[in-house]
Design a protein around this ligand. Structure first.
Ligand SMILES: C[S@@+](CC[C@H](N)C(=O)[O-])C[C@H]1O[C@@H](n2cnc3c(N)ncnc32)[C@H](O)[C@@H]1O
Length: 203
């Protein structure tokens, strides 16, 4: 379903090349440990055993449950050193989704596509989510997790300006635009740690 989003939502303080910003690896976590535990638990519930997974905007950590088996885990991000350190990945790609939103994967190849605490950096999200829908298997899930931390200079204006429920609604509109169905907003925030808001939809 087509949506029209205000252009100014996608403006960033730093419009310089993302390649420069992500040149140095960051071997750190971007949400609290308890928040990671909750995200991992959600993945254990939502991603089928032996599924093929795509971790978009990936780094050295994918938060996937260790006890679960996956047929393949592809990772796409900006920094090759971070991706090399991510031992759960079976395939790695470096690609700037803001200059090339086309995903280098076949139609209907993944049971789940994940974007963890990174959707705020996409300036052409509708193109990326159309591509996610193309790459998902029928009934496959797109799982977008968000929290309140961000790299301020690289996050789009909307993620500075909107309250949490409106950010979830905005991301829900990305999934809706891509034709995904059964879109849900799930709050898995721990009590005393970074919040965890999840938007999920199915092909
Ligand atoms: C806050 S980190 C989160 C990393 C990881 N998903 C996690 O949960 O720890 C943001 C990630 O978004 C990725 N990223 C940022 N801008 C990107 C772009 N233009 N294209 C592709 N990936 C991008 C970076 O490679 C970085 O790993």
């Amino acid at each position: 379903m087509p949506v029209t989003l205000p252009k100014h939502f996608f403006v960033r303080q730093d419009e310089s090349a993302d390649e420069d910003f992500y040149l140095q690896p960051r071997f750190k976590t971007h949400i609290d440990d308890e928040t990671i535990v909750n995200l991992t638990e959600y993945y254990a519930e939502a991603i089928p055993e032996n599924g093929a997974v795509l971790d978009l905007m990936s780094s050295w950590i994918s938060h996937l449950p260790q006890k679960q088996n996956y047929r393949a885990v592809s990772g796409l991000g900006m920094n090759s050193e971070e991706l090399e350190e991510n031992t759960v990945l079976t395939e790695r790609r470096v690609q700037n989704l803001n200059t090339n939103p086309s995903l280098p994967y076949s139609n209907e190849s993944f049971d789940a596509v994940l974007i963890a605490v990174s959707v705020q950096y996409l300036i052409q999200p509708l193109d990326v989510f159309n591509e996610i829908a193309r790459c998902l298997l029928p009934d496959g899930k797109c799982i977008v997790s968000m929290s309140h931390r961000l790299f301020p200079s690289k996050a789009i204006y909307a993620f500075h300006a909107l309250p949490p429920e409106e950010k979830c609604r905005l991301v829900g509109s990305y999934l809706n635009h891509a034709g995904l169905k059964n879109i849900e907003f799930i709050d898995r925030s721990p009590i005393d740690a970074d919040p965890l808001w999840i938007v999920v939809g199915e092909k």
